[in-house]
Design a protein around this ligand. Structure first.
Ligand code: T4K
Length: 383
């Protein structure tokens, strides 16, 4: 690919993501409905309708809508009444291990598969001790974990299997919706997610009795009779969040289509660059189109990931190093035996190589091509 020397920086910062914002008039109409009813939270109409739409879209009858994705994780773990140790990945957002810590559990980090960047089932099984009660996998960037292998291990060792599906809205494996796997999946509907409610989250489980327990715990412990029979808390999604989600839903397919063309454009522009790789499309997987991560092999590319990250900033391109540093390097976890870098070689390598490029529906294909040309320019700088 020929790259012109005249490429200059973008006049406005190009951020790693921008929220899907539907026409404000449509949201105003929804707000008027809420105003008319004077019903702002506590199981209102908007929440009920959104819940039904999510049930259909994600293919699960057991959906609980919550205030954010971190709360969803915390409540999933709480509802399963876990103790002791839970095996998880260090290559994730802090919310994942923090949700364990907030439940008084010890995260045990296991290494990742270097290709799809999710938990390596062999490392998971090797990390099981008499204190292990669950496995917490993360479908990082929407890449599904090795769901079947993890389920086999969980069943063999009588462990619960939880998935952090914050990035996996709409992911399917062999046609099966992602929330069908494991005991429970936690989704994030944060503004930066493909589907969002500004802040929000959901728990989906194949077990109806678990959903009933979650709903009770998330509403102060009130049971169906209106009596408090457990120590619950308030994690509710409100009507304004739900209304935004309903309006966003109308634009979801269009957003996915736009992101699909952006992904193809990036792949076409970047595929022949030595030292740069991206996740190969897997024909068995329907993607969530949440992020576009690339990997930079410093030796082959001639520049480190951090050099590219800094150089892109000079052109006003704000890529992100999701997820660097690893969670196992945070002060609260680095003392754990499982956080020893020698035990996590693939996670450390991936965290040094990965870079998420700007990826959102309103990013023009021209901007994508310019970003790619600038990456090539950065590669050739100083040669
Ligand atoms: N599990 C995993 C694996 C996760 O990745 C996350 C969250 C969670 C659990 C927890 O879910 P939540 O409790 O958040 O629902 C962002 C998001 O805040 C966070 O939700 C997400 N993962 C994480 C990967 O990314 P930051 O600290 O990078 O956000 P921030 O404010 O730097 O924004 C990122 C980019 O988006 C910036 O370039 C600015 C742009 N942006 C952001 C917001 C909020 C906008 O353009 N508009 C906006 O309204 O964490």
């Amino acid at each position: 690919m020929k790259v012109s020397d005249n490429l200059v920086s973008f006049s406005e910062p190009i951020l790693v993501t921008r929220p899907l914002l539907p026409p404000i008039e449509e949201f105003s109409l929804k707000l008027s409905e809420i105003w008319k009813k004077a019903w702002l939270t506590n199981s209102g109409d908007q929440l009920r309708i959104l819940n039904q739409r999510i049930q259909t879209y994600l293919g699960s009858p057991n959906v609980s809508l919550l205030g954010n994705g971190t709360l969803a994780l915390i409540m999933a773990i709480k509802a399963l009444e876990l103790e002791g140790e839970v095996i998880t990945t260090p290559f994730t957002f802090p919310a994942t291990p923090h949700a364990l810590s907030w439940n008084g559990l010890t995260p045990v980090f296991a290494d990742i598969d270097p290709l799809n960047m999710t938990l390596d089932p062999i490392q998971v099984e090797a990390a099981i001790t008499s204190k292990t009660t669950a496995i917490l996998g993360v479908h990082v960037y929407g890449n599904p974990c090795h769901v079947e292998a993890l389920q086999t291990i969980a069943t063999r060792h009588h462990l619960k299997l939880i998935f952090d599906a914050a990035h996996a809205f709409g992911t399917r494996v062999n046609g099966v919706p992602i929330a069908h796997f494991g005991d429970i999946s936690a989704f994030s509907f944060h503004a930066t997610k493909l589907f969002h409610t500004a802040e929000g989250g959901a728990l989906l489980t194949p077990h109806s009795e678990l959903k009933a327990k979650i709903d009770k715990l998330c509403n102060f412990g009130f049971n169906e009779k209106g009596e408090v029979d457990s120590i619950g808390i308030n994690c509710k999604m409100n009507e304004i969040q739900a209304a935004l989600g309903l309006v966003v839903f109308n634009y979801l397919q269009a957003e996915r289509d736009k992101r699909k063309s952006i992904l193809t454009c990036y792949q076409n522009c970047l595929q022949e660059i030595k030292g740069l790789s991206f996740i190969e499309p897997n024909p068995k997987v329907v993607q969530s189109y949440q992020y576009f991560p690339i990997r930079i092999n410093a030796k082959q590319f001639g520049k480190t990931r951090d050099e590219v990250f800094e150089a892109l900033k000079k052109y006003n391109i704000m890529s992100r190093r999701y997820f660097y540093p690893l969670c196992s390097e945070y002060p609260h976890y680095s003392h754990l035996p499982s956080a020893d870098p020698k035990r996590l070689p693939h996670a450390h390598q991936v965290a040094q190589e990965v870079l998420c490029l700007p990826f959102y529906g309103n990013l023009s294909l021209k901007a994508v091509q310019t970003i790619c040309h600038l990456i090539i320019k950065i590669k050739n700088q100083g040669k």
